[in-house]
Design a protein around this ligand. Structure first.
Ligand code: ADP
Ligand code: MG
Ligand code: ZN
Length: 487
């Protein structure tokens, strides 16, 4: 174990996927599909004399998230100008919230190997996104489609102490945003971006060390690699008796290194002041309660309910509730055939079914298998109509073709042979055709039983019910042994 403990706080920027932008009516377009500068107007390109208007839907989305994070929501919050110049920021300032943010003092529970851990949320506030610069061959291009897209910034306290905790936090937050339907979580579209503040301190110390801030971490991979790199780099500096310099770092995904961008700007450099063109954002309690009562059941509550109602382990319950669509699929399957064991369904879903989704890159809502068909497949295995291994073959065919499980069983003649008289007949036949193995058995070679078992399974191409074969075989061999010799 290293001599140092890592301390990490995250700032997450999540786009709120409303129809229009934060302060104008321009539609929000998919950055990976739209032509540059096709969704812009005087307001989001910062023309003089234009006035912003607050997007009510963006406020509602922000409140949903703030409530889900157990934050206290301010009755009055204030938009502020954060002044700086950059070509992707046409107004010369960004409208954000500063002294009076929308919400504060929340928490998010994450799963760690040591159990659940609460990461405190410092604040959650609304702001607008900037445009996007593309640098190529000695010049730069700017696209203002993203300029003015509503962003929610979610700032944690420095409560995470490992890369795994950072990953658990980011994953849980993404899952929450998806449940709330405010952000699809498609990281490659740049709609969720991370900044990680990292410091290290000697183990046992409760003082905070000097931190660095890593900008533009746009995937889980760069987030975890960037944080791991910084922990390592800072620990080495301290080991060498050197000091960590407080600075802003960039992350080079290709080289897998952080690099110095600038020494950290002070807050006063931005000359924050209240936005004179916008009134304070006043929220009344009734409105907030309405939003609260419209929230869906969230992952933590669902997980708890799944462990209680369906007797799933906390781990499986967390796997099945990470995505709302998966949880819904699971419950639709149960509803289709209520007599099935939920634990058996959960095993098939999180095992075979997830593997098929994973290999194909499909999301569960895209699958051709209806929950009712999936339930019938699990039932066919549970009532011994087909073997577990046939069940897997059939599921994969259902996945490819969307066919009914019953049809596949019939077409492929996969129905399991469980009828005792049929199995007895098969075994008699095997015993009669292998007299020398039978006499080996009578001479005391008990293990030859397994060989007979294998012959029956081979003759039926695995379709004989193994438990039934074992017991019938035992019975017939015992009869032969007990029979008084006729010679
Ligand atoms: P700024 O707004 O200048 O980026 P803040 O003080 O608001 O700075 O902190 C931003 C983030 O940095 C928060 O997520 C906070 O938890 C984290 N943070 C603050 N101090 C430390 C530290 N010493 N080590 C790690 N993270 C820190
Ligand atoms: Mg910061
Ligand atoms: Zn606009």
């Amino acid at each position: 174990m290293s001599n140092y403990q890592a301390v990490i706080g995250l700032e997450v920027h999540a786009a709120l996927q409303t129809r229009s932008k934060m302060f104008c009516g321009c539609p929000i377009v998919d950055a990976t599909l739209a032509e540059p500068n096709t969704s812009v107007c005087e307001i989001c390109t910062g023309m003089p004399g234009t006035l912003p208007m607050i997007n009510a839907r963006a406020v509602e989305y922000a409140i949903r998230v703030a409530l889900a994070l157990h934050c206290t929501i301010a009755e009055a919050s204030v938009f502020a100008r954060k002044n700086y110049f950059y070509p992707d920021l046409p107004k010369g300032f960004q409208i954000s919230q500063y002294e009076l943010p929308l919400a504060q003092h929340g928490s998010l529970a994450i799963n760690t190997p040591q159990g659940q851990k609460e990461v405190r949320i410092r604040r959650t506030h609304l702001e607008e996104d900037t445009g996007k610069l593309t640098h190529s061959g000695g010049h730069s291009l700017v696209d203002y489609n993203r300029s003015g897209v509503p962003l929610l910034e979610i700032v944690s306290e420095p409560d995470m102490n490992s890369v795994d905790e950072v990953k658990a936090y980011a994953t849980k937050l993404r899952s929450l945003l998806r449940y709330l339907k405010v952000n699809s979580g498609d990281m490659e579209k740049g709609i969720m971006r991370f900044e990680a503040n990292v410091s290290v301190r000697p183990r046992g110390s409760d003082l905070l060390g000097t931190r660095t801030e890593i900008k533009n971490l746009n995937s889980f991979r760069s987030l975890t690699h960037g944080v791991a790199y910084e922990i390592e780099r800072q620990s080495r500096l301290l080991d060498e008796g050197k000091a960590v310099k407080q600075e802003t770092l960039g992350w080079d995904d290709v080289r897998g290194e952080t690099y110095s961008q600038r020494s950290k700007e002070e807050e006063c450099d931005y000359r924050y002041f209240p936005e004179p063109d916008l009134p304070p954002l006043i929220l009344d309690q009734t409105y907030i309660s309405q939003i609260k009562s419209s929230l869906p059941e969230l992952p933590d509550a669902k997980q708890l309910r799944f462990t209680h109602d369906y007797r799933l382990s906390p781990y499986i319950a967390s796997v099945l509730t990470a995505e709302r669509e998966v949880a819904d699929y699971f419950e639709s399957t149960i509803a289709a055939i209520p007599s099935l064991s939920p634990v058996t369904i959960s095993n098939w879903l999180s095992g075979e079914f997830f593997a098929l989704l994973h290999h194909s890159g499909q999301a569960i809502e895209e699958t051709r298998i209806e929950p009712t068909a999936f339930a019938r497949l699990v039932a066919l295995v549970s009532n011994d109509t087909i073997s577990t291994s046939s069940g897997k073959v059939i599921l994969s065919e259902m996945f490819e073709t969307g066919k009914n499980p019953e049809k596949i069983v019939a077409d492929r003649e996969l129905a399991q042979i469980s009828e005792p008289s049929e199995i007895d007949r098969l075994i008699s036949h095997i015993l009669e055709s292998n007299p020398s193995q039978v006499s080996q058995y009578l001479d005391g070679k008990i293990t030859i039983q397994d060989w007979f078992f294998g012959q029956v399974m081979r003759a039926t191409q695995g379709r004989a019910n193994p438990t039934a074969v074992r017991s019938c075989l035992e019975k017939q061999l015992k009869e032969i042994k007990d029979k008084p010799s006729s010679e």
